[in-house]
Design a protein around this ligand. Structure first.
Ligand SMILES: O=C[C@H](O)[C@H](O)[C@H](O)COP(=O)(O)O
Length: 251
């Protein structure tokens, strides 16, 4: 324990870069590599699979003791498949680090997530983590949201409210809202939390903080796929095999 970062005191830190921690507005060491006794949040999607492969390798090779908190059914299966210790927020409500993918990352590290329908649990787990680290390939990197990801911002909603919520969003912010439909399943996608997903195809760049708060205030909205001021670092896998790191701008 040699730092004071994230939302909690006494953060266990790795050998990492000393950087500004937006969350506490203080200098901190960034925990990039899971270390012994770490509680690790495991994100969802196709990219995280590679991270968990590597994590499992390190657990084997270095005899690391970690526990993993999943962000979805898929993440839970991934943890179990690798024989990693599975936990939950009841037992581990404070995580050292959460690692996850993203559908799009803008220049301020605002993310769109939820392309796979897992945004709500992902946001909860990320919020419980001292450090939230994102891994993505170069196609997710954009200056402004919407440049790369064309499927809109996912919004998880209580099923009986999907029509009024969709109308409210388009009335206030324009664009188009589509109920996400299942593939190889008749009817809508049902999330791990038994809800529906609306994909809001926005028409222009908004003040995402304001829009996010406004959408969250609509009764029946469970969560949005906008992750604002959460990611501390994004690792982009580039086409030539190199890795590009992006940290949030310091204001
Ligand atoms: O709902 C899915 C999650 O937010 C994923 O982390 C996100 O969609 C990125 O997934 P992938 O790594 O498959 O592009």
């Amino acid at each position: 324990m040699n730092g004071n970062c994230g939302k909690f005191n006494n953060c266990a830190t790795a050998e990492g870069t000393v950087k500004h921690c937006k969350r506490l507005n203080t200098g901190t060491r960034l925990c990039l590599n899971p270390q012994n006794n770490y509680v690790v949040g495991v994100g969802s999607g196709s990219t995280i699979v590679y991270a968990v492969d590597r994590l499992a390798e390190r657990v084997q090779q270095e005899n690391l003791k970690i526990v993993c908190v999943p962000t979805s059914f898929q993440a839970r299966q991934l943890i179990l498949k690798h024989g990693l210790p599975l936990s939950d927020l009841d037992r581990h409500p404070e995580l050292d680090v959460a690692i996850d993918g993203a559908d799009e990352v803008d220049s301020s590290l605002t993310l769109i997530k939820g392309g796979g329908g897992c945004l709500t649990q992902e946001k909860i787990v990320a919020d419980c983590a001292r450090h939230f680290i994102v891994i993505a390939d170069y196609r997710k990197d954009s200056k402004c949201l919407g440049q790369q990801w064309k499927k809109g911002i996912p919004v998880e909603v209580i099923p009986m409210a999907y029509v009024p919520i969709g109308r409210d969003i388009t009335r206030r912010f324009g664009g188009e809202v589509v109920l996400r439909m299942g593939v190889s399943k008749a009817g809508p996608v049902v999330t791990d939390n038994s809800n529906f997903i609306l994909d809001w195809k926005f028409e222009k760049v908004h003040n995402w903080k304001e829009v996010n708060m406004a959408i969250k205030m609509i009764p029946g909205v469970v969560e949005t796929g906008l992750f604002i001021d959460m990611a501390e670092r994004v690792y982009f896998g580039m086409q030539d095999g190199t890795v590009r790191i992006r940290d949030p701008p310091i204001h």
